[in-house]
Ligand binder design. Structure first.
Ligand code: GRF
Length: 216
């Protein structure tokens, strides 16, 4: 960890929040230059909100409105308003089960990240672990990527590969993928906090130009 200004991250989560916990743990331990500024959920009793409260982080439930897979426009505006009120630099999706649309994406353009339980671009969308398991791949993994208007299509920041073992079930595989998510998500946020992530089209580079020069 370097002595840089802390990156204020707003986290959106719908479920158990284990990725949120990994980020909170790394942040509270001083391992990353990240402060979780607020956690917002579309699910009132999401365990993620309890984890935030336990860590002393503002935890909000904002009703998503009447849709199942997206936020109603007025709800989306409320999410943007709450994130701005808490002064977030970037938004991290951590098991947030709704697709974000134009106003949100435009407002936080280039400042939204997500973690996905597969080696994108393979197996985007829901139950990526089950998709990979059923397909019969020998390797899958986890991906941290920027969010754009597509589903799991934004530029990739970090990936970790996970082998599919002969005795695996969908759930044992998912558990090993989750371990890697917990490892690479805080690390990706740290790269962003250090200003190290440069995006060129679809490609990202996670070192400063000086380091890239030194490494070549
Ligand atoms: C993770 O597998 C993540 O990749 C996916 O949803 C799951 C969320 O898990 N988008 P948790 O709520 O962080 O435990």
């Amino acid at each position: 960890m370097r002595n840089v200004k802390k990156l204020r991250v707003g986290i959106l989560a719908s479920g158990k929040g284990s990725n949120l916990q990994a980020i909170l743990d790394a942040s509270l331990a001083g391992e990353i230059d990240v402060e979780v500024a607020v956690v917002i959920s579309d699910v009132e009793d999401a365990h993620a909100l309890e984890r935030a409260r336990n860590a002393g982080v503002p935890a909000l439930h904002i009703h998503p409105g009447r849709f199942r897979t997206k936020l109603e426009p007025s709800a989306e505006a409320a999410y943007v308003h709450a994130l701005e009120k808490h002064g977030v630099d970037i938004v991290a999706l951590a098991g947030f089960m709704r697709i974000l649309h134009d106003d949100f994406l435009t407002h936080f353009a280039g400042r939204i990240v997500n973690v996905h339980p597969a080696l994108l671009p393979a197996f985007p969308g829901l139950d990526a672990q089950g998709q990979a398991f059923e397909y019969g791949v020998k390797w899958t993994g986890a991906t941290v990527h920027f969010v754009d208007a597509g589903v799991d299509t934004g530029p990739i920041i970090l990936q970790a590969a996970v082998p599919v073992e002969p005795g695996d079930t969908r759930d044992t595989l998912a558990a090993r993928i989750l371990e890697q998510e917990h490892r690479i998500y805080p690390r990706a946020l740290q790269y962003i906090a250090e200003g190290k992530v440069r995006v060129e089209g679809r490609r990202t580079f996670t070192a400063s130009p000086a380091e890239e020069g030194a490494a070549s």
